[in-house]
Design a protein around this ligand. Structure first.
Ligand code: ACO
Length: 428
């Protein structure tokens, strides 16, 4: 068996090498502290595995992303979002029978308890939809307490997972309706996941929602592409919070909060704001590229760069194609899209971006596509959260299925004052 050897002072210690199914290797340092009194320090977890997982495989250098072994390109072309959700959570694509039961559960759990609508009355219309979403997801734990399950193989878990997947969509659409001062629209039992969301978002008594198959498919694909991305900031948050054995709603709520940040799921909103800034300030593409490279400038090229992908993010390639299809079909005249394409072209030719392997990430084109679908900019991160939910649930289940479950508890190197004593206020 492969091993790694560490020599520290007069001690030599061997560590086991763990190998993943795609040949990825890790040094198992579990016994490091006991053997040497050392810990490892890796700020930002740039090179630290927090778990083994059978859910998602990424090869950032080659631009590969697979869910449960299936390439993202195949799923984006052939699967529905609910099939992908099932695949991530349960490990395999559903049989017809399993799919029917899963869809039935999504439908049966799509409405919120009517009392929960009163929460919306308390939110100002200016509230950020992400703020409403996290509040409402956590509020589900007030109303659906039967499903605080400990047995993750039980039917209760299946219902809880379907309830979250279905209700998050309803909550998101209601948040939007609240923000524009319109009455909410109840979900329809005969619509598929993405179509139902668009219907609840855009139907109104005076302007009925008119479905378009390309728009509905584009939304499904967006959700599929967001559905999991292994141990990123938000998913790791779900695992860390969930490791205390708190219920699924609370764990997911913490993950959605983590997703909100502009360096993570909030980047898609930032991309559009950046493009608007370029347009409004009449900046040239050259000026933008120079500012993005200038360490003294606050300007950053949002939607570029990724901790893991040092090649094209495969998701951004799929989305670019969808953008072009929808762009042509509806004959959009959108300056922002033109700016985005020129910016991408210029960055990909620039040495700064080439040397640092900075390519467009999923957020670069997802913002543009959401914009074409008609989703308002401040809802972009909410869309990301809806899409990412199956992955978060799958990762939470996988962690709870593993034995023994260990509470997440990183260590640190203390760099504060050495021992000192309390001084009364007048003597300080
Ligand atoms: N624009 C300009 N320069 C960049 C960018 C960018 N978007 N991204 C990275 N760089 C530069 C950094 O300044 C740094 O340069 P240096 O080596 O001269 O100091 C180098 O590239 C490495 O960047 P880091 O920030 O160290 O890379 P890290 O892996 O820590 O960060 C991150 C990745 C946060 C995604 C970063 O690329 C970034 O901030 N991108 C913009 C925000 C964004 O699009 N986030 C969405 C990510 S995808 C997702 O979460 C779904």
């Amino acid at each position: 068996m492969d091993k790694a050897t560490l020599t520290y002072k007069d001690r030599t210690v061997d560590f086991q090498i763990i190998e993943g199914s795609e040949g990825e290797k890790a040094i198992d340092i579990n016994s490091l502290r006991q053997a040497t009194n050392l810990i490892t320090l890796d700020v930002g977890f740039q090179n630290t595995g927090s778990c083994t997982s059978a859910i998602t495989y990424i090869d950032g250098d080659k631009g590969i992303l697979r869910y449960r072994g299936i390439p993202i390109e195949e799923l984006a072309e052939k699967a529905s979002f609910s099939e992908v959700a099932y695949l991530l959570i349960y490990g395999n694509l559903p049989t017809r029978e399993q799919q029917n039961l899963f869809s039935q559960r999504l439908t049966q759990n799509s409405m919120m308890h009517e009392e929960m609508l009163r929460f919306f009355d308390g939110f100002p219309p200016t509230a950020h939809p992400m703020a409403m979403l996290v509040t409402m997801v956590n509020a589900l734990s007030v109303y659906y307490t039967d499903y605080y399950v400990q047995d993750f193989q039980s039917e209760n878990f299946d219902i809880m997972a379907a309830s979250l997947l279905s209700r998050i969509r309803t909550i998101a659409a209601y948040s939007y309706k609240h923000s524009i001062g319109q009455p909410h629209v109840y979900p329809k039992r005969d619509l598929k996941y993405a179509s139902n969301f668009l219907y609840m978002m855009f139907d109104s008594p005076i302007n009925p929602y008119i479905p378009d198959p390309d728009i509905e498919r584009a939304l499904s694909v967006l959700l599929i592409l967001h559905a999991d991305h292994e141990q990123n900031c938000s998913t790791s948050t779900v695992r860390l919070v969930g490791s205390s054995m708190v219920n699924l709603y609370a764990s997911i709520c913490a993950g959605i909060c983590a997703l909100w940040g502009p360096l993570h799921g909030g980047a898609n909103q930032k991309v559009i704001e950046m493009l608007e800034e370029i347009k409004n300030d009449n900046l040239s593409i050259k000026q933008c590229i120079e500012s993005a490279k200038d360490k003294n400038s606050k300007f950053r090229l949002f939607g570029f760069g990724h901790r893991i992908y040092k090649n094209y993010d495969p998701r951004s390639l799929i989305l670019k194609n969808y953008c072009q299809t929808i762009f042509k079909k509806f004959n959009y005249d959108d300056t922002l899209i033109n700016i985005a394409m020129e910016l991408e072209e210029a960055a990909l030719k620039d040495d700064f971006f080439i040397e640092r392997k900075l390519y467009p990430n999923v957020d670069f084109y997802s913002g543009i596509l959401y914009r074409m679908i008609g989703i308002p900019t401040n809802m972009f991160t909410v869309m990301f959260a809806i899409g990412r939910l199956p992955g978060m649930i799958a990762q939470w289940k996988e962690m709870h299925d593993s034995v023994p479950l260990k509470i997440g508890r990183p260590r640190q190197i203390y760099t504060g004052s050495a021992l000192r004593h309390y001084i009364p206020p007048d003597e300080r």
